[in-house]
Design a protein around this ligand. Structure first.
Ligand SMILES: CC(C)(COP(=O)(O)OP(=O)(O)OC[C@H]1O[C@@H](n2cnc3c(N)ncnc32)[C@H](O)[C@@H]1OP(=O)(O)O)[C@@H](O)C(=O)NCCC(=O)NCCS
Length: 201
């Protein structure tokens, strides 16, 4: 029996894709819809309730530029051909941190939740990080949020909490919990292959 590959999976199964800058620009409407939905749901992801379509388009255009300049890796989760989830790896870090990446903006549209998309995105982000020689991941999330529980389930270590670090979309203060995840036993900084040289998944 031939096993299905990422390219032949039926559309009903979620598929994780790494986007080019051009792909990201084409996906701005879908990515904006996800971000706006998460903010409307009260998630503390960098923006306030007043955040609208235009702001979202501007934000994602900046992400697309960061993908093009190889400062960001952008992954999306597609269900039935529709983008319903996304996550980013920030890799444009100072020269003394070539071995790590910042995991950012894990976002799943409410229509796509509890189907394992976040877990798939996080696993794929770890694979991407390792392929780039980044063996330490760092993130922060709103203290007490559902996401905080998910990271612990996915093997991340809680480093600590900073009270009143950010605001919820409604303007109230929210603490941030910082997590890290070492991906490999090696502490030797690796020579990372250039992102552009690797094939898209
Ligand atoms: C957090 C979020 C990304 C989870 O997405 P999701 O696709 O629904 O998550 P998954 O279905 O992959 O679930 C992953 C794990 O978390 C658990 N989980 C998911 N949502 C949960 C919730 N609300 N409460 C408790 N556990 C939850 C699942 O049971 C699963 O655990 P398991 O695989 O061990 O059974 C999504 O709720 C979201 O986008 N929230 C708003 C944005 C946000 O806060 N992002 C984090 C920014 S740091």
């Amino acid at each position: 029996m031939t096993m299905p590959t990422k390219d032949t999976l039926p559309d009903t199964l979620p598929a994780i894709r790494r986007l080019t800058g051009e792909d990201a620009r084409a996906a701005i409407p879908a990515l904006s819809a996800i971000l706006i939905d998460c903010i409307a749901d009260g998630a503390s992801v960098g923006f306030l309730q007043s955040f609208g379509d235009k702001d979202a388009a501007t934000y994602w255009a900046g992400v697309a530029d960061a993908v093009t300049s190889l400062h960001t890796v952008l992954l999306v989760a597609k269900c039935d051909g529709e983008i319903l989830g996304t996550v980013q790896l920030g890799i444009g870090l100072p020269p003394n941190q070539p071995h790590r990446a910042d995991l950012k903006k894990l976002l799943v549209h409410r229509r796509g939740r509890r189907r394992g998309l976040a877990r798939l995105l996080m696993t794929a982000a770890e694979d991407e990080a390792l392929a780039l020689g980044r063996h330490l991941l760092v993130l922060d999330t709103a203290t007490g949020s559902p996401a905080e529980a998910i990271y612990a389930r996915l093997g991340w270590t809680r480093a600590g909490v900073i009270p009143d670090y950010a605001l919820f979309p409604d303007g109230s203060f929210c603490g941030s919990t910082f997590f890290y995840k070492p991906l490999a036993a090696s502490r030797t900084p690796l020579a990372a292959p250039p992102l552009a040289a690797r094939p898209l998944v």
